[in-house]
Design a protein. Structure first.
Lengths: 335, 299
């Protein structure tokens, strides 16, 4: 089996009437290109080309799929269509929109709005490196998530769940809009061997029920991930992953470090979203929006001496742990 | 093609029968398949059923009316059956996956190819003697192959099957060219566990299939006693002489497009059923139609 990633289409290739400018990104499910349409409008084109199932030599157009992988390849194609189907029904400024869908080179392509900007993850990492007390200002957090939640509300209204909300999938455009992206990878991931299908989740952002994959998933599952995103926007790194929390939950402790820095209300909202019990979370995006938009008379509670001492001790312990743990967003020392 | 076929499955002393068997044919091709759902894991019968349905669906698609590359067909159908089981488990959020053994054969012209995974067997008997049989993917058979004493080895320990998280190991065999009167038997371990290879060879060729197969199964049930495993046998005799009337299949009179199967097709599975070129085109058209509608609503 080839371990080589399939080669992206070279710049200047024309597919479906769009001219490719360059490769923007490549993931397990395919390649995303920047391209221009016949009127010179920039678009992003996602090509279905799962790296574990298909190969393509440099300079070639057609991917090769081994016969024994064909059924999995088709299965993945179904997920790709699901993403297209979901996005096609939604037209909202905070949800990436799909413009066209076409077949060429024996695979399929999804044309989407091209967004200029950076993911929230990149903003968090940049902000965190400044080593300020706050990663983002509270007002920034409230307005950013208000916008993103409007998009998520529409998604839920269409009876869909995103199921992979994380800062890397929240895009902040240069003209200051925030947009929910990547409805794809669609819920199923093919392993490297291409012989096992398992649900996809991102540790830290995935609610406990995601690990069980039972019927208890619902809007509250996306809401847990939203809570984790808000948490990361305050702390600079994600909360512990759900299995870890189920074993020993340190969330309340780490949130207490933010007391006095962020309002009690915001901290409570995050804690509410991140409840391990799905029923204890806000049950709808609307419920969360209502709480998050409540900006009147915010109170801040300072830590008392005993709490400060406990925190300092905890920082010592946490730092030793963190150096041992490799994480996508490694923690920085707080204050 | 002319052949006669006889199949029987008995529950033995178990609570459920988790063995499944069936055959299907077109004018130029025949498929015989048997699966033994494994205990110790959930829904063994479902795993066996999924394996049969996948084979039947794949065969229906590939045999028009003959299967072009039989070994390739057998290996892709085996992998597809494996994936169907995994998919079923994943969709139901099961903590453990259902598992099954599998043995399947395809006959075209007078050539037979077969595949097996686990300890369900295929026997070919010619002129009253065993011509060949499959070697199980079990610890016992492995040790026997190395010439070791296997008396105290648990024969139920398999190192591969369909549905396990590990990629299945399976063996493709054939082609072997069949002669008139050759008999092919697919069976679960409930049969060979208590009936020896010699007995199977002898009994299978002693008389007509409709007598010898039930006889073999009865023998296994008797020896298996109160806790007897499920016993399942599917036997085929090649180019049966005219005098044997029962369950005789002659594919010569059937039309090109005809597909006959004893395997109940299951819930339509989109990943097998669809996504041929037409389905892909249809999906793309649907999505573009949705894009258009959404854009209209916005305007």
């Amino acid at each position: 089996m080839s371990k080589v990633k399939p080669a992206p289409l070279p710049p200047e290739t024309v597919i479906g009437g769009y001219r490719i400018v360059r490769k923007l990104a490549a993931g397990g499910f395919g390649v995303v290109y920047l391209a221009v349409d016949t009127e010179g409008q920039q678009v992003a084109i996602k090509e279905y080309l799962p790296s574990s199932l298909a190969t393509r030599g440099p300079g070639e157009l057609l991917p090769q799929v081994q016969p024994e992988k064909l059924s999995l390849y088709r299965l993945g194609l179904k997920s790709f269509f699901e993403e297209g189907r979901s996005l096609a029904q939604i037209s909202h400024a905070s949800v990436v929109s799909v413009l066209n869908f076409f077949r060429e080179n024996e695979t399929v392509y999804m044309v989407m709005n091209y967004l200029e900007g950076a993911s929230l993850q990149e903003f968090i990492i940049t902000a965190r490196e400044l080593k300020k007390q706050k990663v983002f200002r509270e007002s920034t957090i409230r307005s950013l998530y208000d916008e993103i939640l409007r998009g998520l509300r529409i998604v839920h209204q269409h009876k869909m769940l995103h199921l992979d909300i994380k800062p890397a999938n929240i895009f902040v455009t240069d003209d200051n809009r925030s947009v929910l992206i990547d409805f794809g990878a669609a819920r199923e991931v093919l392993s490297k061997e291409g012989n096992f299908i398992r649900p996809m989740y991102t540790p830290g952002f995935a609610a406990p029920e995601m690990y069980r994959r039972d019927s208890s998933m619902g809007p509250w599952t996306d809401i847990y991930a939203m809570g984790a995103c808000i948490y990361a926007s305050m702390q600079g790194y994600p909360p512990n992953d759900a299995p870890q929390r189920l074993e020993k939950d340190r969330l309340a402790l780490s949130l207490s470090r933010l007391r006095g820095v962020y309002s009690d209300n915001l901290i409570e909202v995050v804690e509410w979203c991140l409840s391990l019990d799905p029923l204890s979370r806000p049950q709808s995006v609307f419920a969360l929006q209502k709480e998050l938009s409540r900006e009147t008379e915010l109170s801040y509670t300072k830590l008392n001496v005993a709490e400060k001492m406990r925190l300092q001790f905890d920082n010592l312990v946490a730092d030793t742990k963190k150096s041992a743990r490799k994480s996508a967003m490694p923690g920085t020392k707080f204050r | 093609m002319r052949f006669s076929v006889y199949q029987v499955s008995r529950q033995g002393g178990r609570e459920r029968n988790e063995d499944r068997m069936g055959y299907a044919y077109t004018r130029e091709s025949g498929l015989f398949v048997l699966a033994d759902g494994m205990g110790g894991h959930p829904e063994g019968a479902m795993a066996a059923q999924l394996a049969l349905q996948t084979f039947s669906a794949y065969f229906q698609k590939a045999a028009n009316p003959s299967v072009k590359e039989v070994p390739e067909f057998l290996s892709s159908a085996t992998m597809a059956a494996h994936h169907q089981i995994i998919r079923y488990a994943s969709e139901k959020g099961m903590l453990d996956t259902p598992r099954t053994t599998l043995v399947a054969a395809v006959i075209e012209l007078d050539h037979i190819h077969w595949v097996h995974c686990g300890d369900s067997r295929l026997y070919i008997v010619r002129d009253g003697a065993l011509l060949t049989r499959t070697r199980d993917h079990s610890y016992m058979e492995q040790q026997a192959h190395l010439g070791r004493n296997t008396q105290h080895i648990n024969r139920n320990i398999l190192f591969t099957c369909l549905g396990s998280p590990a990629k299945p190991v399976f063996d493709l065999s054939g082609p072997l060219s069949l002669q008139q009167g050759d008999r092919v038997l697919l069976c679960s371990d409930g049969l060979w566990g208590t009936v020896s290879d010699e007995e199977i060879g002898r009994e299978l060729s002693r008389t007509t299939l409709d007598q010898s197969v039930p006889e073999l199964v009865e023998m296994a049930l008797k020896r298996g006693g109160a806790r007897c495993d499920n016993v399942t046998a599917l036997a085929m005799e090649w180019e049966t002489p005219e005098l044997f009337k029962r369950a005789r299949v002659s594919t010569e009179d059937i039309d090109d497009g005809v597909f006959a199967s004893t395997i109940q097709s299951g819930v339509p599975d989109p990943s097998i059923e669809d996504l041929d070129d037409d389905a892909i085109e249809r999906s793309i058209a649907e999505i573009n139609e949705a894009i258009r509608r959404t854009a209209e609503r916005k305007a």
